[in-house]
Design a protein around this ligand. Structure first.
Ligand SMILES: Cc1ncc(CN)c(N)n1
Length: 220
């Protein structure tokens, strides 16, 4: 974040204010076990199949932001996000076939609830600042989590490196940074009510992400 003014924005204040929740979502045991090499591969396989379902639901949510964006540069950023998701879907299919995983699985409760939340955020009456805050938070949790597994000294298993690089790479980090700037810009001119709603959405995203990791670790 250094040097780009990100430290002073609303989103940075929320990260600070809700740091226990933020740390819980971005340094979850699922991620820490990938980083220290102790992750159970069955947890990774579960995560992969469930996340594929999540990403499919994520597409209409981002598409809803495209309809709400009025600034041309925001439209470009969101369009780039949609294009990246197209690539992501292909990656999940390729990875699933590599691991011999069926993607035709039943969504687990934590996933279903997170997807329902995405659907509610895609509704036309949801404010753009609120939805943009959610997009920033959702993408940032993945970037912060997976880039942690790429830090020097990590014992991330070779076969999981590709997944970590997908969200942990610097280009994805740059995308998250751009989303943060858009969210901060929108929040600056939003009403107090919208700012409050956006903060609540940020907290809900952190909780959903935490539940998603928990689901991936759970044996059921
Ligand atoms: C649950 C979850 N959160 C975030 C991302 C990153 N798009 C994802 N693929 N899955």
């Amino acid at each position: 974040m250094s040097g780009d003014g990100g430290e002073s924005g609303t989103t940075a204040r929320w990260v600070e204010k809700h740091s226990p929740l933020y740390v819980q979502a971005t340094r979850h045991p699922f991620i820490c076990r990938i980083k220290d090499g102790s992750v159970n591969i069955s947890a990774f396989r579960r995560w992969l199949a469930q996340d594929y379902l999540f990403v499919r639901e994520f597409i209409p949510f981002i598409a809803s932001l495209l309809l709400k964006a009025s600034k041309e540069s925001d439209v470009d950023v969101v369009l780039g996000g949609i294009a990246a998701l197209n690539d992501e879907i292909s990656w999940f299919r390729k990875e699933a076939s590599k691991w011999g995983i069926s993607l035709n699985v039943v969504p687990q409760m934590a996933n279903l609830e997170y997807c329902r939340f995405l659907q509610s955020l895609a509704l036309p009456d949801v404010n753009y600042s609120v939805a943009m805050t959610a997009l920033w938070a959702i993408e940032t949790v993945y970037h912060e989590s997976f880039s942690f597994c790429l830090e020097s000294g990590s014992k991330t298993p070779d076969e999981l490196m590709e997944a970590c690089r997908r969200w942990g790479n610097t280009d994805f980090g740059q995308y998250c940074c751009t989303l943060r700037k858009i969210a901060d810009r929108c929040l600056e001119t939003s009403s107090g009510d919208v700012v409050t709603q956006s903060e609540e959405i940020f907290i809900r995203v952190l909780n959903f992400e935490n539940d998603f990791w928990n689901m991936s670790l759970s044996e059921l």
